[in-house]
Design a binder for this molecule. Structure first.
Ligand code: PBG
Length: 341
């Protein structure tokens, strides 16, 4: 230790005792560098057809698919707890899935009806975020259109633009393209503007990796079976890459993204850090389904303390530079934050 250069010029032991500032709770509060509040939480919710339906998802213990009536109540809970926004994901009925995912652009599809119902009840008290991608609607489970075995870019982008517009017209506040097609942010911005949706924000899943941590999500929206042995590596990023993430974010910002996202979350905090540092724009991170499943499963077995590790994980996101975190733990964390303040 004594060989270390005194780079900070702040002195050394025994004059310096780092533990002094940690001695009392009030002092630990005063020296806390990172804040976590409900303002930093976005709650992703899965939706299902029907009335009074609450369906468990095996690989996401504690997360449920809700019918629209129960969704409206759930958003009410989020609202009372001060959660700023929810992200809605539809579990489309299997008979509505087609190779070209036409249901995605149906203005009366499940997601559009859900958005209208939430907005009718809650107005601007809670922001509503909708994904733009075809996987909940395609019979092959890919995010885009498949031609000769390949997910094609430009033709997909045309459909994504229509999907964005129907969702915006239903009342969605933030359009979140999660498809990773090239040029989609600019095309969607133009389509939204032409439809008069000038104030609808775009949250680009800018650095989205071809991750195996999405498994439980695919169960939740029912796309896992459709995708089968398929993968998304021709459009989602290689988990080995980091410079490429910077380029993806730069392009999406240039095309008009208002907010950018890194996904998955905890295994990619280095990317969150780089993006936030390099661009200084609102940067969100998604604690994805597999991350939830890992923590929830270990807690279920009594191997981890659920409340404690969840809070710690969210502080890690904030420390890395995330402005907000999409997390399936949002509701319970909001309750916990209220209880301790
Ligand atoms: C759809 C989409 C996915 C997620 C969000 N939007 C899955 C995927 O790309 O296969 C994953 C979220 C999660 O795992 O919680 N494109």
């Amino acid at each position: 230790m004594s060989e270390l250069p005194d780079v900070f010029g702040l002195g050394r032991f025994p004059a310096v005792r780092m533990r002094r500032n940690r001695r009392h709770a009030w002092s630990r509060r005063l020296t806390c560098e990172t804040q976590l509040s409900v303002d930093h939480l976005i709650w992703p919710i899965f939706i299902h057809e029907g009335q009074g339906i609450r369906q468990a998802i095996d690989s996401l213990p504690g997360v449920e698919r809700l019918s629209i009536d129960l969704l409206v109540d759930a958003v009410g809970q989020a609202r009372r707890l001060g959660i700023p926004a929810v992200a809605l994901f539809p579990a489309t009925e299997p008979d509505k899935k087609t190779p070209d995912a036409e249901e995605a652009v149906n203005p009366d599809n499940l997601i559009c009806r859900a958005v209208r119902a939430v907005k009718a009840e809650h107005g601007d008290a809670v922001g509503v975020i909708c994904d733009v991608a075809l996987d909940p609607y395609s019979s092959h489970g890919q995010d885009g259109l498949v031609r000769d075995g390949h997910v094609v870019n430009d033709e997909t982008v045309e459909v994504l633009c229509r999907q964005a517009v129907v969702q915006a017209q239903a009342g969605c506040d933030i359009i979140a393209p999660s498809d990773m097609m090239d040029g989609r942010v600019g095309a969607i911005r133009q389509a939204l503007d032409e439809a008069g949706c000038l104030d609808v924000q775009i949250l680009a899943y800018a650095a989205k990796y071809a991750s195996s941590f999405y498994g439980p999500f695919r169960d939740a929206v029912g796309s896992a079976a459709n995708l089968g042995q398929g993968d998304k590596r021709t459009y989602q990023m290689n988990p080995a890459n980091t410079d490429e993430a910077i380029r993806e974010v730069a392009l999406d910002l240039d095309e008009g993204a208002d907010l950018v996202m890194v996904k998955p979350g905890m295994p990619y905090l280095d990317i969150v850090r780089r993006v936030k540092q390099q661009f200084g724009v609102p940067t969100f991170a998604y604690q994805v389904s597999g991350e939830y499943a890992m923590l929830a499963a270990a807690a279920e077995r009594g191997w981890l303390d659920r409340q404690a590790v969840v809070l710690e994980s969210l502080f890690a996101f904030r420390r890395a530079g995330a402005d907000a975190i999409l997390t399936y733990f949002a509701l319970e964390v909001a309750e916990q934050l209220h209880a301790t303040h």
